[in-house]
Design a protein around this ligand. Sequence first.
Ligand code: SF4
Length: 234
Amino acid sequence: MIVMAQVIPPTSTGNIGLEPLARKAANCTACGLATNRTNVVFGIGDPRADLMFVGEGPGREEDIAGEPFVGKSGKLLDRLMQQELGIVRSQCYIANVVKCRPPNNRNPFEEEISACRPFLEAQIREIDPAVIVTLGNFATRLLLDTTEGIKKVRGRSYRYAIQAGTATARIAAGRMPEKITHLVPTFHPAAALRGGPSVVTEMRADFARAKLLLAQPILQGSDTHPGQRPATPG
Ligand code: SF4
């Protein structure tokens, strides 16, 4: 049974820092996932990273460890990170759409994603990455505001607006975003483990795309128009 509690947006008055956010998440009971969790898996890595990965939610091992992507999927993520980007996980930041484990590794429900969304959006604003790589359908659909599946949207990059002073990282109508971040959608490593070498190859291509974008200058809000999320060449 989903127990809905009052949702307290983690930041409604601007940036408060990752540590206070993590403390808020540690005590969060805003959705039913609070009931069975061992740990809140807030996120890990460099709080000033240029690159941020966003996955779906913690699994059993992550719930126990309190750290995202520590199981088989995490090992694949670490390998691709090292081989395609030349970094280790402490050089980026890794978070999930929901911070508490859905029972039996089921997909997170819509209301759970909505309840947890302010934490992710606040994390993005705090970290202020140059490139976000979304891992799988849930992170991609949430941040790109689309219902399309990952197979359809991957293979190119998108622009994602970061605005200060609000709880949303989307481009609000009539507001000029402060900064445009590149967003590169790719498969969730668990899908690559199931799908085999062809999916891993596509993930490698997406990671290589992210690497190219990391070398590009950061776009300021004035470089685009509010409400637009044009693609950048793949
Ligand atoms: S999943 Fe997110 S919103 Fe739900 S209880 Fe955990 S931290 Fe709170």
